[in-house]
Design a binder for this molecule. Structure first.
Ligand code: URP
Ligand code: ZN
Ligand code: ZN
Length: 463
């Protein structure tokens, strides 16, 4: 009996090691790693010469098929996971939203229905809580037991998603006991609303006012408040989509004090800036998401944060809306532009290119940021996030030299523009496997719609 698949001649990269080795896969799992494995009876052999073999990417922040801003995000679980696969991402954690008056169970069931039978690769859920009474506090425990072990709370979007500090504190107290992890959207929504109303009254309605009405101080203040509430409750906190140095400083200080505080940033904050909002006509709407783009100097601070472990994860906050018909809903008023940008496909290449190819950090740190730490923080490790015997064979054969210019003309996301149009990256996935099955080979999709499975996650453990 031979192996189902062997990947030969590659350089295996994990968060800690880089070494030449073959990998043997059977029944969707990594069965052996070594240089003298018998190749004779392998059903399939993939030659990875001159390339890296990486653990599949894990994107812990996506919004597929999400009703928001009077419309629905343009990628569903089929098109979204497919586009992710083309970029080397093989596991997503998406957000199941509890709308006001609903149970958390309704949110979970609704998003399970959206994903099952559609996703081409594995997925899990965080639960967004917008209404937290005694019943939902109980339900948090039940969800944790069922593998939904993290909860997103909002300090922004008053009247839509925002929770008050008392509810946030209660949620932290619950996770301190049940092993969950709170993911925080940290912006001071009430202060921002005052600034927004003033801008509208002054007739400032163009897309760039979305960014100009959301100061970095609003993000830093909320980050600091979230950390304080978590500390009082004795709970960990994970700050999502961090965009600026002011907020990063709050996380760095908290981590220096030894608190279990973590943060992610996203490629848009590393590559784009406020200048993009000056695109001609209504084009600035392509970059309307929250937190907004910042002055360019923040980018290097964030890259440095990734290098120094002040930031632990890169996710995408993929929340795509087409420019035509969706972003255009806010043609006359920036507050009506659906908030979100597309990015699920290019995270791995953008971070490899800007991080490793540009000499900012090592290939091992890259793997840590895009796969291993996301897996560890969100209870997927060691099933996902590494290359080890017994782990799922979610593997990416990655060509560190291949160049690619990102464009709407070639991307696979179901959206009519690219935020990264014209940016040339160095480093692209050639072959992508999910639980041992080839998902992508060069330009070809070889996966199966519905092959993705829901992954029950373990509770949080300190990293
Ligand atoms: O603008 C954004 N980020 N849209 C998605 C929702 C969120 O806040 O993450
Ligand atoms: Zn958010
Ligand atoms: Zn988001």
């Amino acid at each position: 009996m031979g192996f189902d698949t062997m990947i030969v001649n590659g350089r295996v990269v994990t968060a800690t090691d880089t070494y030449a080795s073959d990998i043997a896969v059977s029944n969707g799992k990594i069965e052996a790693i070594g240089n003298n494995l018998p190749r004779d009876n392998a059903k399939k052999i993939i030659d990875a010469a001159n390339r890296y073999v990486l653990p599949g990417g894990i994107d812990v922040h996506t919004h597929l098929d999400m009703p928001f801003g009077g419309t629905t995000s343009a990628d569903d679980f089929e098109t979204g996971t497919r586009a992710a696969a083309f970029g080397g991402t093989t596991t997503l954690i998406d957000f199941a939203i509890q709308y006001r008056g609903q149970t958390l169970r309704t949110a979970f069931d609704t998003w399970m229905q959206k994903a099952s039978g559609r996703a081409v690769s594995d997925y899990a859920f965080h639960c967004i809580i917008t209404d937290l009474g005694a019943a939902q506090l109980e339900e948090m425990n039940a969800l944790v037991r069922e593998g939904v072990t993290s909860f997103k709370l909002f300090m922004a979007y008053p009247g839509v998603f925002m929770l008050d500090d008392a509810s946030i504190f209660r949620a932290f107290r619950a996770t301190a006991k049940n092993g969950g992890l709170v993911c925080m959207h940290a912006e001071n929504g009430n202060a921002i609303d005052v600034i927004v109303q003033q801008a509208l009254a002054e007739g400032k309605k163009a897309p760039k006012y979305h960014a100009l009405t959301r100061p970095t101080t609003a993000e830093a203040e909320a980050t600091s408040r979230a950390i304080a509430l978590a500390e009082m409750a004795g709970a960990p906190v994970y700050i999502v989509h961090m965009s600026c140095n002011d907020a990063l400083e709050k996380v760095r200080e908290a981590r220096d004090r030894g608190l279990p505080v973590y943060a992610e940033t996203c490629p848009q904050y590393l590559y784009l800036s406020l200048e993009n909002m000056d695109a001609p006509g209504f084009e600035g709407a392509k970059y309307v998401f929250t937190p907004p783009l910042r002055e360019k100097w923040h980018q290097e601070k964030l890259w440095n944060g990734l290098k120094q472990d002040h930031l632990q994860v890169v996710s995408t906050d993929h929340c795509p809306f087409c420019f035509k018909e969706q972003k255009e809903l806010g043609k006359d008023d920036f507050t009506k532009i659906p908030n979100g940008g597309p990015g699920i496909e290019h995270r791995m290449s953008l971070i490899y290119s800007g991080g490793v190819a540009k000499g900012r950090f090592t290939v091992n740190r890259f793997v840590e940021l895009v796969s291993t730490t996301p897996a560890k923080l969100f209870g997927l490790y060691p099933r996902k996030g590494t290359i080890a015997i017994g782990s799922d064979a979610d593997l990416v054969i990655f060509d560190p030299k291949r160049k690619h210019t990102i464009s709407v003309k070639t991307h696979h996301m179901r959206v009519d523009y690219s935020m990264f149009e014209g940016i040339e990256v160095t480093g692209m996935p050639d072959v992508v496997l999910s639980r041992g099955q080839v998902l992508v080979e060069g330009n070809q999709f070889r996966g199966r719609v519905g092959a993705g499975e829901f992954i029950r996650r373990a509770t949080y453990t300190q990293q």
